[in-house]
Write a protein that binds this ligand. Sequence first.
Ligand code: C2E
Ligand code: MG
Ligand code: MG
Ligand code: MG
Length: 289
Amino acid sequence: RTARDEGNGTAVFDPAAYARWRANRDLIADLQHALGTDELSMHYQPIVDLESGRIVAAEALLRWTRPDGTAVSPAHFIPLAEQSGDITLLGEWVLGRVCSDLTGLWAAHRLPVTVNISAHQLRDAGFATRLLERLERAGLPGAALIAEITETVLVTTVTDAATTISQLQQLREHGVRIAVDDFGTGYSSLAYLRELPVDILKMDGSFTSRQIEAGSPREIAFVRTIVELGRSLDLCTLAEAVETEAQAQRLRELGCHLAQGYHFARPAPVAVLHDLLAAQRAPSTGTAA
Ligand code: C2E
Ligand code: MG
Ligand code: MG
Ligand code: MG
């Protein structure tokens, strides 16, 4: 939208909005070009069991590094790709790369990977079938994959909510687990939770605040409520953006099962994840001997 409504029915040309529109259009053109190159890659961030401290899964996160070395945040280009429709191709590229990386991770460590799926991808009635075929071709069971969706999948696809739900059910019947990402930030979390087939509640990073670390009763009440909700629905709870041991400790006390965040490990290339898993598997060679 490059015109600004003056509020009296007249629209005027808005140079700043026009510049933004052009920049976004150029970025999307560059992204389309990047798809065939090594500018795109996947990073993986470990997800740990708060009780044992062990890595039990990893989240696949898309990275785009331009030829001049600058990184573009997925928080910026994914919404643009959703608007332009390029998310379909981009999402398929992500799944292809994840399945090939996952082959090694699963064979060596039985490690499942979580992957972010856009509402737009689920609107396509062939999505689940294609994904299951992909897994089968890679020799992977459904249990190797966890699909992360946001609560907004139903808000933005209200007309084809039935398609979305049946795709998720189809995936689930084949062992793929479903995680609700950024849980707690949607408009009506509870209503959507009733509609969606779900296995994991992924609490939004904003709940893992400095305040829970400091012991704010109000902030702790929110986390406790989400964890309790997960418990009563028999869901696994996962906290994101855990940056300190004090936060991890608080979450552990509250009964949250899993966590990810800079405190444990940053997103990194798959080779780094292999090293972390190998170190975790190796019998402890501490100072004891
Ligand atoms: P998300 O799925 O909620 O991913 C979590 C984000 O938190 C990631 O940002 C991750 O790098 C960041 N993070 C991890 N640990 C910490 C921490 O301790 N503190 C803080 N402050 N942040 C932490 P990232 O990689 O920039 O991704 C942003 C968003 O872009 C993702 O949010 C997701 O919605 C989207 N995205 C990323 N990759 C994909 C993809 O392959 N497909 C789709 N559809 N969306 C993606
Ligand atoms: Mg996610
Ligand atoms: Mg999230
Ligand atoms: Mg997020």
